[in-house]
Design a protein. Structure first.
Length: 144
């Protein structure tokens, strides 16, 4: 249980930093989670659609639209036409939002990377396996 409690403590700290970032930038905490989802989708090469965003955030269509509208109004995202499917809209994170995120989260990420540099490659792989399996265990399971 010690590891579960430590993981929970880390999760709480991440949540507090996200809330702090949101408050400093006149955003709702869900807006920060939305930006993270969109950045993760871009890194994974997934098309970032409103449907994908809503599913990842657990929001209905109206809630997803509200988040997208807020982020667009703040200049953090843009609605883009899909080159392959003209009926579909894609969401892109604007460079100024990435810059704002790095200004705040960059030093925190550097601290985590410094911690990881103290681990051997084998230890890092064990941490990766643990976090991946935990993520899978916590992620919503598709209904049969």
């Amino acid at each position: 249980m010690d590891l579960v409690h430590l993981l929970r403590a880390v999760t709480v700290e991440f949540g507090l930093r996200q809330a702090e970032f949101a408050a400093r930038n006149d955003m709702h905490p869900t807006d920060v989670r939305a930006l993270i989802c969109l950045l993760d989708a871009a890194r994974a090469g997934e098309p970032a659609t409103p449907g994908l965003l809503g599913a990842r955030l657990g929001l209905n269509s109206a809630g997803t639209t509200a988040v997208i509208d807020r982020l667009e109004r703040l200049g953090h995202i843009a609605r883009l036409p899909d080159e392959q499917d003209r009926r579909r809209v894609l969401l892109g994170v604007e460079p100024q939002a990435v810059r704002l995120g790095w200004e705040f989260f960059g030093p925190l990420i550097e601290g985590v990377l410094d911690v990881l540099h103290g681990f051997t490659p084998t230890e890092r792989e064990t941490v990766r396996r643990f976090l991946s399996a935990t993520h899978t265990a916590l992620a919503p399971q598709p209904e049969p």
